[in-house]
Design a protein around this ligand. Structure first.
Ligand SMILES: [Zn+2]
Length: 713
């Protein structure tokens, strides 16, 4: 939790969560975008993967004016966003392709008879339960009733503690912490590595309690924000009504939920402040926590979630817990029962009947993110299974889609890019020898993880049946919640991954000092075994460089080689670094016309990702040059189709990011996501690089030749 997990993120879910650091996929629909029950296109059995093709360049445009457009315009024009998507990129076909493999795996498992293995039984039964729309419809809201009855039976505010613990078990990712806040009723709790002693896992409490994507959605006062909040109120009313309340009761309850969630939003630390680990590294003893929020019975809570004793606890934002204490004191039990009922209805919504799913889609996916149509059922089931049983399914994916050759070539590229960073560090004019030495120690300490974990997660304790999808989700969620909590007090398992193998994304974990590239992204258009090095370094090489640079971005640099939050910089070098970083954050504090009039990016939120994009592109280019040199070639030699290798590198890089983006999701990304939108991930980066201007003979004064170019790495 809490630590930026800093990932490259190419497609798919913007998962607000993961653990001990967070996964934030750059682009595309956040996980609140819940694919629906309806139709949608059937997957073609043969999804065609996108592959880099320089003929896609729009030669009627000037590369020195807007390079992203130059490289992507034709593709963007030929690939409008399908109605069930909010974001459509060159990586989207890969997403479908990966999901097709998972679907086939689960369909086959669901047909297996008595001879199937335990893993096959689980994924087959999970699939059957999720695809059983008529069964889910027939069961109606019955699965909800026992949960709502539990809440009605609460006798006093003292009973709230155990209800929180209960609910945190039931829903996917509810307990986890993300960039903005944990997506959990009241607060989040998990086990995470200690900031100051990376070999120790301690209990960590995080702010939480909201249903909208971030505190800004409750607190901003511009017209658009007010409109969205009033639509949220209508959504709350409809959902309460669907759950059986009278109109008057539903209207009153909607008001109560908004009042409580807004108060929690106000108490939350904002997402810029949360980027700095020093701000969230607040150590407390159990006695101090008891004192912080006495209305919560912490001893009973920790017992209920089976938390082992912790040396100390990390409380990311003590102010939030102080405010929660005030709220618990001031509001009567019925208000909290309303809030808890909402948690049950809202978090169960994706797994219930069509009417509930449709309403959930209408607000969270349509209004907030811009989707016109729900995803087909099979895709929703694939996403859920990947989340709930990811490493069981992932084994089949790796067998089918990730040959050893791909792993070997990727690892070779990783090593070449690490070598490029080593040379870069040695050559920096502004960094002292003392800091350089430490930087090299950290670089050498990075562990490279490619494709899939060295051992697979054991799901044997997760009970999966064909009867109830909601119940299967709850079983898997409880397993995951308890798995993380059980880490407290135990040695750190460095081999674990927090992304599943088919994921189209990558991450750096500052507390483990590892870079991780799931097999799912090591496919076209990112990695293409049929293409030359210039193309592969431009696409996946830029991503690899990005993840490595995260160890040295404005927050990553605060951790040492072992993952401890320890300052290894001389004060003078630190100051010089911050000046360079400020250049980046100033540059990226920019208007975002694609997200609507007046929407501005906050360069302080995106600084780490932007630094990684810029450094990553430079490292990948340097590695390309070194690779060509070994073949007796230079960057300015002509490649196979008439473009120089330098040009092919930049074109392939841009091609990997071509994306049509709906304005609603653009706004959501700008508000909550530390990654810049694709156009900036290309245009801002190349405009900071004289090497780009050389490639396309740009002149001073043109947009892609920035007068005040920024460079950190
Ligand atoms: Zn990143």
């Amino acid at each position: 939790m809490s630590i930026p997990r800093l990932c490259a993120a190419m497609v798919v879910t913007l998962a607000l969560a993961a653990n001990s650091a967070q996964i934030l996929a750059a682009q595309a629909a956040p996980h609140i975008v819940t694919p629906g029950l309806q139709q949608g296109s059937e997957p073609s059995k043969e999804v065609k993967l996108e592959r880099f093709d320089p003929d896609l360049v729009d030669k009627s445009l000037d590369p020195c004016n807007d390079f992203y457009k130059y490289a992507c315009n034709k593709w963007l024009g030929a690939n409008p966003i399908p109605p069930d998507q909010v974001y459509w990129s060159t990586g989207s076909s890969l997403e479908l392709w990966n999901e097709g493999i998972l679907r086939q795996t689960m369909e086959a498992a669901s047909k297996n008879g008595s001879g199937s293995t335990a893993v096959q039984q689980k994924i087959g039964d999970y699939w059957t339960s999720c695809m059983d729309e008529s069964g889910i419809e027939a069961t109606g809201l019955k699965p909800l009733q026992s949960e709502l009855d539990r809440i009605s039976a609460l006798k006093s505010k003292k009973d709230i503690t155990l209800e929180i613990a209960h609910l945190q078990h039931l829903y996917p990712g509810a307990w986890q912490a993300g960039d903005n806040q944990s997506n959990s009723p009241f607060f989040g709790f998990t086990g995470q590595q200690d900031y100051d002693n990376a070999s120790m896992v301690v209990g960590a409490l995080d702010q939480g309690g909201l249903s909208l994507p971030s505190r800004d959605y409750y607190l901003n006062t511009d017209d658009k924000s007010k409109e969205l909040l009033s639509k949220y109120r209508v959504h709350l009313q409809k959902m309460f009504t669907l759950a059986g309340e009278s109109d008057a009761q539903a209207a009153a309850d909607a008001g109560t939920v908004i009042e409580l969630e807004t108060a929690m939003a106000k108490a939350q630390m904002d997402n810029v402040k949360r980027r700095d680990p020093k701000n969230v590294n607040n150590k407390m003893s159990l006695a101090q926590i008891r004192e912080l929020t006495p209305s919560i019975n912490w001893d009973a809570y920790f017992k209920a979630v089976k938390a082992p004793a912790s040396d100390h606890y990390i409380v990311t934002s003590p102010d939030f817990f102080r405010a929660e204490e005030t709220l618990l004191t001031e509001h009567p039990l019925p208000h909290w029962q309303t809030y808890l009922r909402w948690q049950v209805i809202h978090r169960s919504a994706p797994f219930l009947t069509k009417a509930i799913v449709d309403e959930n889609f209408d607000f969270f996916a349509h209004t907030l993110a811009g989707a016109e149509q729900q995803l087909p059922r099979w895709r929703r089931c694939v996403h859920a299974a990947d989340r709930d049983l990811g490493e069981a399914l992932g084994q089949a994916y790796v067998d089918r889609a990730f040959p050893p050759d791909s792993k070997a070539r990727t690892l070779q590229m990783v090593h070449a890019i690490e070598t490029a960073l080593s040379s870069d560090i040695q050559s920096l004019s502004w960094m002292s020898p003392a800091t350089k030495e430490q930087a090299i120690v950290k670089l050498k300490g990075i562990e490279d993880k490619i494709g899939y974990p060295s051992h697979w997660r054991d799901y044997s304790s997760v009970k999966v049946s064909r009867d109830s999808w909601l119940n299967n989700v709850a079983q898997a969620s409880s397993f995951e919640f308890e798995r993380w909590v059980a880490k407290i007090g135990k040695p750190v398992d460095r081999s674990e991954w927090t992304m599943t193998p088919p994921t189209i994304n990558a991450y750096y974990d500052p507390q483990l000092n590892t870079i991780n590239f799931p097999a799912g992204i090591l496919q076209p258009p990112f990695f293409d075994a049929s293409k030359d090095d210039a193309v592969n370094y431009g696409a996946i090489g830029m991503v690899i460089g990005h993840e490595i640079i995260h160890g040295f971005d404005d927050q990553g640099r605060k951790f040492d080689a072992k993952g401890n939050l320890r300052d290894w910089w001389t004060p003078e070098d630190s100051k010089l670094y911050d000046e360079r970083g400020k250049c980046i954050s100033d540059e990226y504090t920019q208007d975002v016309p694609d997200a609507g009039p007046g929407v501005k990016q906050n360069g302080l939120l995106t600084q780490g990702e932007d630094t990684a994009d810029n450094g990553g592109m430079r490292l990948a280019l340097a590695a390309t040059e070194a690779s060509l040199k070994q073949q007796g070639k230079t960057l300015d030699d002509k490649g196979p189709d008439g473009w120089t290798y330098r040009q092919r590198f930049f074109l392939a890089s841009a091609y990997a990011w071509c994306a049509n983006v709906r304005p609603q999701i653009a706004r959501l990304i700008v508000t909550t996501d530390p990654h810049s939108l694709p156009v900036f991930r290309i245009d801002n980066v190349v405009s900071n690089m004289p090497e780009f201007g050389e490639a396309f003979s740009c002149k001073a004064g043109q947009k892609m030749v920035r007068a005040n170019a920024c460079r950190v790495w």
